[in-house]
Design a protein around this ligand. Structure first.
Ligand code: GLP
Length: 247
């Protein structure tokens, strides 16, 4: 079931989505959180950090598994998702470093890395809450639109649209890594609860296609319509192309 929450702006979207994650952490102190990167969730990490600093949240028993990582860039590169997570969240709260997991973008063997990360997720016994952003083309993690979608962790060649969208973080489009590791659709769909966030006009079409359109591999996020517990938290701009009864 998909529940849509329309917030006034980015700030309110971040606060509402963070509140769902905070509730999960309070309700189950040893939750497994599936985490996401990108500009959309930054405000969420800021709220979670604030509430931690105020003494309302404790992440000491939490385990985190991230959705994706670029292939071929070092952890210490400020564009790696590992760096992002440390900068925006891990280094600011009391999550235990040995309980935070991301794919290793520098692994020598791609197949081995996919198998390792998939086993790690499966051995954790499933994700309690998965946080997601959405790409302009409806991708989640780096599950790009296509004739079919991968079930398990895999290494993808990024679409032109994704490279274009992500180049703002790099010196030029040529510097954007061309491949990435990502969780597949199975681990995402197996998460007990999913929270997906989007803000701004640029995401309106993707949100409308994903949640008010056909379920199709051409819009990977549309598969979330089949999940029993999805909360979409969007600002008004990102909600603007949804039919009015959904807003
Ligand atoms: C990237 C990530 C996704 C993210 C998406 C949107 O490609 N792999 O996980 O959801 O872009 O990013 P942003 O929130 O910056 O728009």
């Amino acid at each position: 079931m998909v529940k849509i929450i329309v917030a006034n702006d980015y700030e309110e979207m971040s606060k509402k989505a963070a509140a769902i994650i905070a509730a999960q952490v309070i309700y189950k102190a040893d939750s497994i959180l599936g985490l996401a990167t990108g500009s959309s969730p930054i405000g969420i990490y800021d709220y979670l950090t604030k509430w931690y600093q105020e003494g309302s949240l404790d992440f000491s028993q939490i385990t985190t598994v991230n959705l994706d990582e670029y292939r071929g860039i070092e952890k210490k590169n400020d564009q790696s998702y590992d760096y992002f997570m440390h900068h925006h969240f891990f280094d600011r709260v009391n999550v235990r470093p040995e309980k935070t997991f991301l794919p290793n973008g520098m692994a020598a063997d791609v197949e081995e890395e996919c198998a390792r990360y998939q086993k790690l997720i499966d051995d954790l016994g499933g994700i309690d809450l998965q946080l997601l952003g959405i790409g302009h083309n409806g991708h989640i993690g780096f599950n790009e639109p296509g004739e079919s979608l991968e079930a398990n962790v895999h290494c993808v060649s990024l679409s032109e649209k994704t490279i274009e969208a992500n180049k703002r973080f790099f010196a030029s489009a040529e510097d954007v890594p061309k491949q990435a590791y990502t969780m597949g659709m199975r681990s995402i769909m197996e998460a007990k609860k999913i929270v997906i966030v989007a803000n701004g006009e640029g995401k309106a079409e993707a949100i409308a296609k994903a949640f008010a359109g056909k379920i199709t591999t051409k819009v990977p996020a549309s598969l979330l319509q089949l999940h029993p517990d999805v909360t979409v938290v969007v600002d008004q701009a990102a909600a603007s192309l949804l039919p009015s009864y959904m807003q």
